[in-house]
Design a protein. Structure first.
Lengths: 258, 259
């Protein structure tokens, strides 16, 4: 791939069968979504609307029941190995390996793609420095604060300079000041890297600040609204927030969203 | 997975000799010595409770070759048990079908008494070394297997999905995530198995072996020499502590991230 390719989601459906009752649960029901290269898209929705399932399908950890996800002409599930080093993730919890230092955690994806040791180290250090962790490279996760650990997780994701970056509630568990700071850094680095970024969040403020676009998911990942944030001047952000809120409550696109 | 420094310090056997340990050992030695002198007046045969001096004399007659032989048997069998246990655990983790077939068998193996294994070994195999090795592996192997498999299943789902999201090969997944994650359990398993192996090897050597501590204990029993039994028992306990301390040293080094 030369730079990020468009992401095409067509008729995506994911059905889970409950282990105890055997009952079918439709997590995603025929979702269509196109994400342009280098776009930063925020996906918002209430708990249980299928955001996290969509995240797992995007990463390729789950197979769609029906429909498809294509990045260029490849599927993240069927062509799983093809996306090694091209796709990276940041989760709600940092998910750092406790036996590895900050530097070794940041190096992990680079080890998996088999870069030479010196290059792994250099690239991991560069990203840790960019995230303000230059003085903590040898610290183990338990020696770092929650915000610092999440920075390491972000450095780990960026270290491969991914074409597609996925973040699942990545700032949701941090205090507002730290979260705002990290959001800003994350966005700047995503732009610098030229990655397509998909952010799953339940925080409307975060979606508005970070996203070029906001996809509002209803139950079973029904696309209730597809908002291009640039079309909304900053002084109308509070109106936008209210409109998204109303959409989520009524499960119908609010008239203000067009 | 996390463990506090205090807990970790407690889990590492110390090579230092706390005052309380010294006092309790001293009290035991005094009581033993007094009993050894009072034995004839209490109607106990004098050989049953030998004096400390006599035990010390027995210690000086200990043959190092028997210690080396027993140690070699224990270490070789533990390494073989660990390799087999780990390999089977990895295979069972990867294949649910294999796990379903093997798990009941392993539970049955673990329920068989050591004495039965020794009798089976005597009846099945002519070679003494093979008999001892077989008994040790069949007793210690399943412990390594079950502990390792449990540890693999207990690796947090979050870490597994994080790792998979970066698309490792199957080998990378094991080397970068599973193995480091189960190292603490592996060490615990080693400590349990060292103690088990020391006890089992002694019983296995009692039957048919012409070398080793178990054999020497058998000879001491035939000679009614309690002092020799005592001396060899002290050697066994010391050997156990030494091996445990060695494992604890390696553990402290490899798991220094926990402190």
């Amino acid at each position: 791939m030369n730079g990020p390719l468009p992401i095409e989601v067509r008729g995506l459906r994911k059905v889970f069968r409950q282990a105890t009752s055997g009952q079918a649960v439709v997590a995603i029901d025929r979702l269509d979504l196109t994400i342009a290269p280098k776009e930063v898209i925020a996906i918002v929705g209430q708990t249980g609307c299928g955001k996290s399932t969509f995240f797992d399908l995007m990463i390729g950890l789950e197979a769609p029941t029906e429909g498809s996800i294509h990045i260029g002409d490849k599927s993240p599930y069927s062509d799983f190995d093809y996306f090694r080093g091209k796709m990276a993730t940041v989760f709600q919890q940092d998910r750092l390996l406790p036996w590895r230092s900050a530097l070794d955690n940041a190096k992990l994806p680079l080890e998996l793609i088999g870069l030479p040791e010196a290059e792994q180290r250099e690239r991991a250090l560069t990203w840790l420095n960019k995230l303000g962790l230059g003085g903590f490279t040898n610290a183990y996760p338990h020696e770092l604060s929650g915000g610092m650990r999440q920075r390491v997780a972000i450095a780990r994701a960026f270290s491969v300079q991914p074409e597609i970056l996925l973040a699942d509630e990545a700032f949701g568990h941090l205090d507002e000041v730290t979260a705002a700071e990290l959001r800003e850094t994350f966005l700047a680095l995503a732009r610098e890297c030229g990655s397509t970024a998909i952010l799953i969040t339940h925080q409307l403020e975060e979606a508005i600040v970070v996203g070029d676009r906001i996809a509002v998911f209803g139950k079973s990942a029904k696309l209730l609204a597809d908002i291009h944030v640039a079309q909304w001047p900053k002084e109308r952000y509070s109106e936008l927030r209210e409109a998204i809120q109303a959409t989520l409550q009524s499960q119908k696109a609010d008239v203000r969203l067009g | 997975m996390s463990i506090s420094t205090e807990e970790h310090a407690k889990s590492v056997p110390s090579l230092s000799f706390p005052r309380q340990t010294f006092v309790s050992l001293l009290v035991f030695a005094i009581v033993w010595e007094v009993l050894s002198h009072l034995a004839p007046y209490l109607g106990i045969p004098p050989f049953a409770i030998p004096s400390l001096l006599r035990i010390a004399r027995s210690i000086t007659t200990i043959t190092p070759i028997d210690i080396v032989v027993t140690l070699a048997r224990v270490v070789a069998a533990l390494i073989a048990s660990f390799v087999i246990g780990l390999a089977l655990a990895m295979a069972m983790y990867r294949s649910e079908a294999l796990n379903n077939y093997l798990h009941p068998m392993i539970r049955i193996l673990m329920a068989v008494p050591v004495v039965s294994w020794i009798l089976f070994a005597v009846l099945w195999f002519p070679g003494v070394e093979f008999r001892i090795g077989f008994v040790l592996v069949v007793v210690c192997g399943p412990v390594f297997l079950v502990d390792t498999l449990d540890a693999m299943h207990n690796v947090p789902r979050d870490l597994r999905s994080m790792m998979r999201s970066f698309r490792p090969t199957a080998l990378q997944f094991f080397i970068k995530l599973m193995l480091p994650a189960i190292v603490p359990t592996i060490f615990t398993s080693w400590k349990v198995n060292i103690s088990l192996a020391i006890r089992v090897v002694t019983i296995a050597e009692l039957v048919g072996a012409v070398t080793g501590i178990g054999h020497q204990l058998s000879v001491a029993q035939e000679l009614f020499s309690v002092s020799d039994v005592f001396a060899w028992t002290i050697v066994l306990v010391a050997l156990l502590f030494l091996l445990e301390a060695l494992v604890a040293r390696v553990e402290a080094r490899l798991l220094r991230w926990r402190t």
